[in-house]
Design a protein around this ligand. Structure first.
Ligand code: GLC
Length: 419
């Protein structure tokens, strides 16, 4: 039976830790923005940015001819990059549905005779990735998408359409792990969207489901966008980032504009320090193939993660030791800190402000011990090599094993990153 808001929130809070366990441990996922906008290649908002009339824009459907099973390329790349889950735009603001839907003819079946969401789901399963569906509530194609704001009959039709889409996505493809809503316009409240009922319907079909915070209900996790910043303690969060800070959808760009492996590791470092996740986007080309500029940086990070996964995957606590070093941020598991030296500190350096006794310091990958001396105001680390031992990206992790959860004089902050 339908629950009211308070009992609903209490009920999902009870199962949250169990439902979110895999997600918290996975840490790193791939966002995929793909739709008709890829054919234009000037941002997924191009229809709005350039004022393209709906009747003109929808003709793109006739030119949408994906290569065979592009989702396998994304999934393979995700695995090689060390990512553990994917989130695909099943429908972006343009309103074009990538799946075989009965709610509108504006869909992939009518464009190319294929259910591209099914292909995606199959690829995720084949490559062992968890499956997320992005769904834009805002819809520029649906005739009621805007007028629903002031016309009650239009609103009813639009809500029925939305419900129908979400219910199809939750029932046609077996187990789905994440429902990732976006842009809850034109309604300003969850009552406007009837989100409470809709999300209960979704959870009724998918009891393990994680839902993000963009249906105007807080649900399971927060979604900082374009920056990496921890939510309040105890709250799950996932920073979503474009690949080159310009566009989510495919947009040909110079390789120099893409993130370098070191920049990606910096985002991941910040996410780990705050106990959060990173959802890094690729915008496939019109035929679905992966954008070339993303491959090298992503797979380089993947190589690094193969060696350094201990500082990333699995349960982590917020490090809460703020800027204890200028050379990189820390991830933490209990009383163990992982210092990601993104800038090599040199042969001797110190960590100031720690109030807990350090038992042991090692290079995480090789396990080699590091000499240290703990003084009242600092821990001196001595006899390190001249240059960073990590040859993949120049990011070496030092493992610091304390007597208990490390306390720090300037503590209780987590680093944030704006790009
Ligand atoms: C935004 C944008 C959108 C993108 C999304 C990803 O709200 O409208 O284009 O899909 O964020 O988080």
């Amino acid at each position: 039976m339908l629950k009211a808001k308070k009992p609903y929130e209490a009920a999902i809070a009870k199962t949250r830790d169990a439902r979110m366990k895999w997600w918290r441990e996975a840490r790193y996922g791939m966002f995929v923005h793909w739709g008709l906008y890829a054919l234009i290649g000037r941002n997924e908002w191009v229809q709005s940015i350039e004022g393209i009339p709906v009747r003109e824009y929808e003709k793109l459907m006739g030119r949408f001819k994906p290569k065979p099973r592009p989702a396998r390329d994304w999934a393979r790349l995700a695995v090689e990059s060390g990512m553990k889950y994917m989130v695909l735009t099943t429908k972006h603001h343009e309103g074009f549905c990538l799946w075989d839907t009965r709610q509108t003819g504006y869909n992939a079946m009518n464009a190319c005779g294929r259910d591209l969401v099914r292909e995606y789901v199959e690829a995720c399963r084949e490559f062992g990735l968890k499956i997320g569906f992005y769904y834009s509530l805002m819809d520029w194609h649906h005739p009621d998408g805007a007028r629903a704001a002031y016309d009650p009959a239009a609103r009813r039709r639009f809500l029925d359409f939305t419900w129908g889409c979400v219910e199809e996505l939750m029932t046609k493809y077996g187990k789905i792990d994440i429902l990732w809503y976006d842009v809850a316009l034109p309604f300003a409240s969850d009552e406007g969207w009837e989100s409470l009922a809709m999300n209960q319907m979704a959870r009724g079909h998918q009891p393990h489901l994680l839902i993000n915070n963009r249906s105007r209900l807080p649900e399971d996790f927060s979604t900082p966008e374009g920056h990496v910043k921890a939510a309040e303690a105890g709250r799950g969060w996932e920073a979503c980032m474009t690949f080159d800070s310009a566009s989510w959808g495919y947009m040909p760009s110079a390789a120099e504009d893409s993130w370098s492996p070191r920049q990606i590791l910096r985002m991941l470092n910040t996410a780990c320090a705050g106990g959060g996740n990173l959802l890094l986007n690729i915008g496939p080309k019109p035929d679905g193939s992966v954008p070339d500029a993303a491959v090298k940086p992503l797979t380089t990070v993947g190589k690094w993660l193969k060696q350094n996964g201990k500082a990333v995957y699995g349960a982590l606590d917020r490090s809460d030791v703020g800027s204890a070093s200028a050379c990189g941020a820390f991830s933490r598991r209990g009383s163990r800190l992982f210092m990601w030296c993104r800038h090599w500190p040199g042969e001797d350096f110190a960590l100031g402000g720690f109030k807990t006794r350090l038992k042991k310091a090692t290079f995480m990958v090789s396990g080699k011990p590091i000499r240290f001396e703990q003084q009242p105001t600092r821990i001196l680390l001595k006899g390190l090599p001249k240059a960073s031992p990590d040859k993949i990206a120049g990011v070496t992790v030092l493992e610091l094993d304390f007597e208990g959860p490390p306390k720090h004089a300037r503590g209780l902050t987590t680093p944030a990153l704006w790009t």
